[in-house]
Design a protein around this ligand. Structure first.
Ligand code: CP
Length: 342
């Protein structure tokens, strides 16, 4: 395993991730894809370390793949479910995290419906000088960094299967379509895709895509690559109609309609939403001929995307996204556990 430079204890947001950090995660994940293709899929890298999965909100993919990633790295894993925990007796989230710290946890994977919870736990771990690394597994409407990293790996694998690199993204057109307002996946992907040189086109009805949304993501990223300062221009475009976003798109990322996060009636009935904004075979006909369709999951079949497209083995990368998740989460845990590995 090549050692890539890595200086982060926590992974909470991708806002200030540099192109070389994306490359480090990508190349480390590619090494782990190789490990995962072998008969013996385990490496001893995190032997003796404890990874605690603290999921205060439901999850299938993220939770299981972080657990499997930790096990493949030979770490011991602890899984927490709010329903059967002492939260129901009034214990606070911070006291829950400190309880896992007291049991010898080295890395914490946190998902919570409240934006900022992983950051608050990370601050507390630093205040206690615990040395514990915290990785966000999705917080509220804020960020889902590991999803963006696995999407990057999936895209790079599709573009250049033999030697994927983040440089492959330069100039590619990615359409992100659907419930952007409530999507932490869209926010993290905006940081990662634009930092790697892709053009991101957002498309949704106006109630799900405020005009000011893209402004925050259009600020140039100042990076310090080696000794030179380099500015990464971020290219984000907003559309309230699907056609201009989909035209010549190399990849279309559809997003789940997050009914549980909607505080008001932002949409007409679901059938009308599918009619206006759902991704169908007809709608993708003006995309690039080699277009691929992605979705972070879970999906509302027949709402944001047709079942037929979801299951199309030529077009859909959805299953590959899930597979990429294990290698990417191994890479993140490996890189974060670096200080303890030495
Ligand atoms: N993509 C994603 O976060 O899925 P889960 O909610 O199943 O983890």
């Amino acid at each position: 395993m090549t050692n890539f430079p890595w200086n982060r204890r926590h992974i909470i947001s991708l806002a200030d991730f540099t192109p070389s950090e994306y490359e480090s995660v990508l190349q480390t994940a590619i090494s782990f894809q190789d490990v995962l293709s072998r008969r013996n899929k385990k490496v001893p890298t995190l032997q003796g370390q404890v990874v605690a999965n603290l999921f205060f909100e439901p999850s299938t993919r993220t939770r299981s793949s972080f657990e499997l990633a930790a096990k493949r790295l030979s770490a011991d894993t602890l899984n927490f479910s709010p329903g059967s925990s002492s939260l129901s007796k009034g214990e606070t989230i911070l006291d829950t995290a400190k309880t896992y710290l007291a049991m010898g946890t080295d890395l914490m994977v946190i998902r919570h419906k409240g934006s900022g919870v992983p950051a608050t736990i990370a601050q507390e771990m630093d205040r206690l000088e615990s040395g514990v690394g915290v990785v966000s597994a999705g917080d509220g409407q804020q960020e889902h960094p590991s999803q963006a990293h696995l999407d990057l790996l999936t895209i790079c694998n599709a573009l250049t299967p033999k030697q994927p690199t983040t440089a492959d993204l330069k100039g590619k057109k990615i359409a992100i379509v659907g419930d952007i307002l409530h999507s932490r996946v869209a926010r993290s992907n905006l940081w990662s895709l634009t930092a790697c040189g892709a053009e991101v086109h957002l498309a949704a009805p106006p109630t799900l895509l405020p005009k000011a949304f893209a402004e925050a993501f259009s600020q140039p990223l100042q990076t310090k690559e080696g000794t030179q300062n380099e500015t990464v221009a971020r290219q984000v475009f907003v559309h309230w109609a699907l056609e201009p976003a989909l035209e010549n798109a190399d990849f279309v990322m559809t997003l789940r309609l997050q009914k549980e996060r909607m505080s008001a009636h932002l949409l007409p009935i679901l059938r009308a939403y599918h009619h206006l904004s759902g991704i169908t075979r007809y709608r993708i006909q003006n995309c690039a001929p080699h277009v691929n369709i992605m979705h972070p999951g879970p999906t509302n079949r027949g709402v944001e995307i047709t079942s037929e497209l979801m299951d199309d083995p030529q077009l859909s990368l959805i299953a590959k996204q899930v597979s990429s998740g294990v290698a990417v989460r191994m890479a993140l845990l490996y890189l974060m556990g670096g200080s303890k590995r030495q």
